[in-house]
Write a protein that binds this ligand. Structure first.
Ligand SMILES: *Cc1c(COP(=O)(O)O)cnc(C)c1O
Length: 483
């Protein structure tokens, strides 16, 4: 059917267009709808232990799915390049206010940019604001629990753009203890003279000594940036130490423990940076202008107003007693999971956790992260392989990272996590059994093939999977009722 009749739309075709715009997803696009349904089922009937994931609340997802998606508003509240921004101005200011409140910050001392699209863009914007091109940064190395966006590169290749555009010298954990080696960081910083030191982690189970890092930054006249992407919910609830009193800049994602939609935030200091002890002369911070300009127009275009709305909702929730109770439970569950696994003979890196995650070293079990991750995945248990301190090669990570935020959002308590530890243990035992029947030199690919083809193993997996699904399915699923 031709849609147009000369220059005129046929009435029929136009009606059909208008109808299409009102159709629900289920009938308008059954293909995408079915994929989402399958994913919802996977989330509902699986055990989600990926430490960076969480389940956003219904209210957050409603804001995210709203008409705010439609609005362009390049610029900042009161200074936009578009019309019709009255309400998105109100929204962005509300989000800023709540962001400061959620972390107990005074508006005279701290400001916040709520426009970053996610954690990596927030970090890149913060660096470009205060570090010149090819200026020096120091972050925790990726294999040691740092994040890609903290300047990651290998001996052979600069992987992250943060190592291409800035000169990066990573610091490490002590391979024996698993704790950050602050002494080495101090020594190396004295030689390297970084412009910025980054305190933040993606796979580290211990509290960071921000006070110590402040001292090291001060010795070198460097900025201290805390990237609290993983732990921001715990910080907002006050259940782990806050970096704010020690740092100049704080970045975070909003979708991990903070439990909002996917986005990023940059907090920056205002007012006096330092006072000359001799002359009493004050040096002021100059972060607000450069950071705002780095986000827009430096790196981004129009803000994602629907995401800003979702973040605002999450930040309101983050100030409630319910949220505090949730974060207390996240920690209690993590302690329980660590203890239950250690009772079964597992080696937990650093011997426990102060946070929402643990790193389990599988070398003493004779296995590794890649193989265990695959078997657990087949059993409907989601986690991820991770390098452990002392790993010779990043290609064969020895551990798995396990986090409690997502399942705690579904209401699991300590006893439930003892059950979760049991399921993980059965998965690891099966992995070890499969490995013991294979050539010790067999590759991960060969392991996966054996796992997929051997009926005896498939039966055992099906058995664990059925139990895992029955167990997970009992817990309520936050979010939109249908999708
Ligand atoms: C997850 C994470 C990020 C990146 O967040 P994205 O939203 O995935 O870009 C940055 N820093 C740390 C420490 C993280 O854990």
């Amino acid at each position: 059917m031709a849609l147009t009749n000369g220059n005129h739309q046929s009435k029929e075709a136009w009606n059909s267009h208008n109808q299409m715009m009102q159709e629900p997803l289920s009938t308008n696009d059954a293909e995408v709808y079915e994929i989402i349904k399958k994913e919802k089922k996977r989330q509902t009937f699986g055990l989600e232990l990926i430490a960076s994931e969480n389940f956003a609340s219904r209210a957050v997802l409603e804001a995210l799915g709203s008409c705010l998606n439609n609005k362009y508003s390049e610029g900042y509240p009161g200074q936009r390049y578009y019309g019709g921004t009255e309400y998105v101005d109100e929204l962005e200011r509300l989000c800023q206010k709540r962001a400061l409140e959620a972390f107990g910050l005074e508006p005279q001392k701290w400001g916040v940019n709520v426009q970053p699209y996610s954690g990596c863009p927030a970090n890149f914007a913060a660096y470009t604001a205060v570090v010149d091109v090819h200026g020096r940064i120091m972050g925790l190395d990726l294999p040691d629990g740092g994040h890609l966006s903290h300047g990651f590169m290998t001996d052979k290749k600069k992987i992250s753009a943060t190592s291409l555009f800035f000169e990066s010298m990573p610091y490490k954990v002590n391979p024996d203890t698993g704790y950050i080696d602050y002494d080495r960081l101090e020594e190396n910083a004295r030689l390297f003279h970084p412009k910025m030191i980054i305190a933040g982690t993606s796979c580290y189970s211990r509290a960071i000594d921000y006070g110590r890092m402040r001292k090291i930054a001060d010795q070198n006249g460097a900025y201290l940036l805390a990237d609290i992407a993983h732990i921001s919910g715990l910080v907002a609830a006050g259940v782990i130490p806050s970096p704010f009193e020690h740092t100049d800049i704080v970045t975070t994602t909003t979708h991990k423990t903070l439990r909002g939609c996917r986005a990023g935030l940059i907090f920056y200091r205002k007012g006096v940076r330092s006072v000359d002890p001799k002359t009493g002369k004050e040096t002021l911070y100059n972060l607000e202008g450069p950071i705002n300009q780095a986000v827009f127009p430096g790196l981004q275009g129009g803000p994602h107003n629907h995401a800003i709305a979702g973040v605002a909702v999450a930040l309101k929730q983050a100030q409630t007693p319910e949220f505090k109770a949730y974060q207390v439970q996240v920690l209690a569950n993590c302690q329980t999971l660590a203890a239950a696994l250690m009772e079964k003979g597992y080696k937990v890196v650093t011997g426990g956790s102060d946070t929402h995650l643990i790193l389990v070293d599988l070398r003493p079990k004779g296995s590794d992260g890649g193989r265990v991750e695959k078997v657990l995945e087949a059993c409907a248990i989601a986690c991820n392989k991770n390098t452990c301190p002392g790993d010779k090669s990043a290609l064969r990570p020895s551990g798995i990272r396990l986090g409690t935020p997502a399942l705690t959002s579904r209401g699991l308590l300590e006893d439930d996590f003892r059950k979760v530890a049991e399921f993980i243990h059965r998965g690891v035992e099966l992995t070890v059994e499969i490995q013991s029947n294979m050539n010790p030199k067999a590759t991960l690919k060969e392991f996966k093939e054996t796992l997929a083809q051997d009926e005896k193993y498939q039966m055992k997996i099906k058995e664990i999977q059925a139990e895992v699904e029955a167990f997970s399915g009992k817990f309520p699923m936050p979010g939109l009722p249908e999708l």
